[in-house]
Design a protein around this ligand. Structure first.
Ligand code: KIV
Ligand code: ZN
Length: 524
């Protein structure tokens, strides 16, 4: 049997650090359940000390999913204690603690004299903090991971010294992050090989890697690290994450699977759940997947040129190195129509991997009929949207009750909107530069929202095929200092825009009371 590569998913922690990708607790729990279906080995659920919302999300996930759950913590007691408190209900949990070890991080982030005056003194303080943190974390769990942040740019002999010391202190996984996506595959592989060779106790810990994609090399660097001894990779679905993102899970997993003859390693991922996972993350975060994205992009299995089409029709493997089915993309195109019954709908949805109660099915079926009335043919893609919509926000703080828009080539666009909230029904009208602008102004007026709410991003796209295609609108609102995403789906893009705007406001309302961002996050 080939050796296993441990898949550590950080979509809910590093992935959520992608600009504008904030998720509410409900969405995080849904994603964690999907990651569980995908059969990842470890889920990094968040950074518990950073806010009450993060703490609560990690706690809820630890309570709902039986995979190993981990939470991030700086090398300070307050963070480690918060991680432990958030994770303790989980049967199996890991504490993941980190501190910057490159000279750039040491001089830039730990410049104050309390860490020491010279670089040498500061390095020795950092090393002690790392060991103390690992020892402290071990009082709560036998499973402790340590990350020397910016290892990619850390002096190699100091890195080896830190790694050896934290393993001695009790770290069971040492994660080597290329935090800034700076290294080249060969160079990063050599870093891992050097640790394997020169750290005397390296066999007592699992070597992990965590690569960022600033130069588009996160997956290549991760694979190169595997070649040189890494046995855990940290990655995210769709490669989302800080800046240019993290190594993409689907690419690493499929590279190991499709080229198992080359690698001789395996993962325990149910690859048939990859596509569902990708769609769910994209739906909840509002971050679209580029069409030519490897494995999960819309074009990943599309053959355009005549020669390719001819080849694939004759024998699929002429131009396909993996099948769409192997990553969960169904070949089933036309699914249902307005005459389809509840049974047909439910069995199709179950085949697509969804779970729902009888009561939810009633609601889904009603909405399916509405959609089938507007569109003749309902595709799998439509059903996915319908289900995504179902799981996002069932009832919000603000519900759209009525919308009327007047527009024409010679009239000023005017919108009248009625919103139900807390048992009241509020109505207002407004004009705008266009119908969508008029709607957004009418919402602001109805809810008495002032300059505090800013529309930062607006995007509309057609997500399904055919004349009655569904339009998806994604908006990002900035309320105070925080960004809130909202998504709306309808065959009418103006209605979808209003739904998206209200959903972003609902996000804000659901996070408002619990989103106390702790101070002093920038300093250790
Ligand atoms: O990129 C990074 O270095 C990280 C660490 C906290 C593992 O995300
Ligand atoms: Zn990272």
């Amino acid at each position: 049997m080939s050796q296993k590569i441990i898949i550590f998913d950080t979509t809910l922690r590093d992935g959520e650090q992608a600009p504008g990708a904030s998720l509410n607790v409900f969405e995080k729990v849904e994603i964690a359940k999907q990651l569980n279906k995908l059969n990842v080995d470890v889920i990094e659920a968040g950074f518990p000390v950073s806010s009450q919302a993060q703490f609560e999300a990690v706690q809820r996930i630890a309570d709902s999913v039986d995979t190993i759950i981990t939470g991030l913590a700086r090398t300070v007691e307050e963070d480690i204690l918060a991680a432990y408190n958030a994770l303790k209900e989980s049967e199996k949990f890991r504490i993941h603690t980190f501190i910057g070890t490159s000279d750039i991080h040491i001089q830039g982030k730990f410049g104050h004299d309390r860490y020491g005056k010279t670089l040498q003194e500061k390095r020795s303080t950092i090393l002690k903090m790392a060991c103390n943190a690992v020892q402290y974390a071990r009082t709560f769990s036998d499973d402790v991971e340590f990350s020397p942040e910016d290892a990619g740019r850390t002096d190699q002999s100091y890195l080896a010294e830190v790694v050896e010391a934290v393993i001695e202190a009790g770290a069971t996984t040492v994660n080597i992050p290329d935090t800034t996506g700076y290294t080249m595959p060969e160079e990063f592989g050599e870093k891992i090989a050097d640790l394997k060779k020169n750290v005397s106790n390296i066999n007592r810990a699992v070597i992990s890697v965590h690569c960022h994609n600033d130069l588009g090399l996160a997956v290549a660097n991760s694979l190169s690290a595997i070649s040189n001894g890494a046995r855990q990779v940290e990655c995210t679905i769709n490669g989302i994450g800080e800046r240019a993102g993290n190594a993409s899970m689907e690419e690493i997993v499929m590279a190991l699977k499709v080229r198992s003859n080359f690698w001789g390693f395996h993962t325990d991922i149910y690859t048939e759940e990859i596509y569902n996972s990708s769609r769910m993350i994209s739906g909840f975060t509002g971050m679209l997947v580029q069409p030519n994205k490897a494995v999960v992009g819309d074009n990943a299995f599309a053959h355009e040129s005549g020669i390719h089409q001819d080849g694939v029709l004759k024998k699929r493997d002429t131009y396909e190195i993996m099948t769409p089915e192997s990553v969960g993309i169904s070949n089933n195109k036309i699914v249902l129509g307005r005459h389809s019954g509840r049974h047909g709908l439910s069995s199709r949805l179950i085949k697509m991997g969804y779970e729902f109660s009888e009561e939810q099915l009633n609601n889904i079926y009603e909405r399916f009929l509405e959609l089938a009335d507007k569109k003749k043919e309902v595709y799998d893609e439509d059903l996915r949207v319908l289900m995504g919509d179902e799981t996002i926000v069932e009832t919000g703080f603000y519900d759209l009750d009525y919308l009327q828009v007047n527009l024409g080539t010679t009239t000023i666009p005017t919108a009248t909107i009625r919103i139900k909230t807390e048992g009241k029904v509020l109505e207002e009208s407004a004009t705008g530069d266009g119908p969508v602008d008029a709607c957004f102004r009418a919402i602001n007026r109805t809810l008495g929202l002032g300059d505090n709410v800013k529309l930062e991003h607006y995007q509309v796209r057609s997500i399904t095929g055919g004349k009655g295609a569904l339009g998806e609108v994604t908006v990002r609102l900035r309320v105070g200092g925080e960004a809130y995403m909202g998504k709306g789906i309808s065959t009418d893009t103006i209605e979808a825009s209003v739904k998206a705007y209200l959903q972003a406001l609902n996000h804000y309302e659901s996070m408002k009371d619990i989103n106390i961002v702790f101070e002093n996050m920038a300093t250790v």
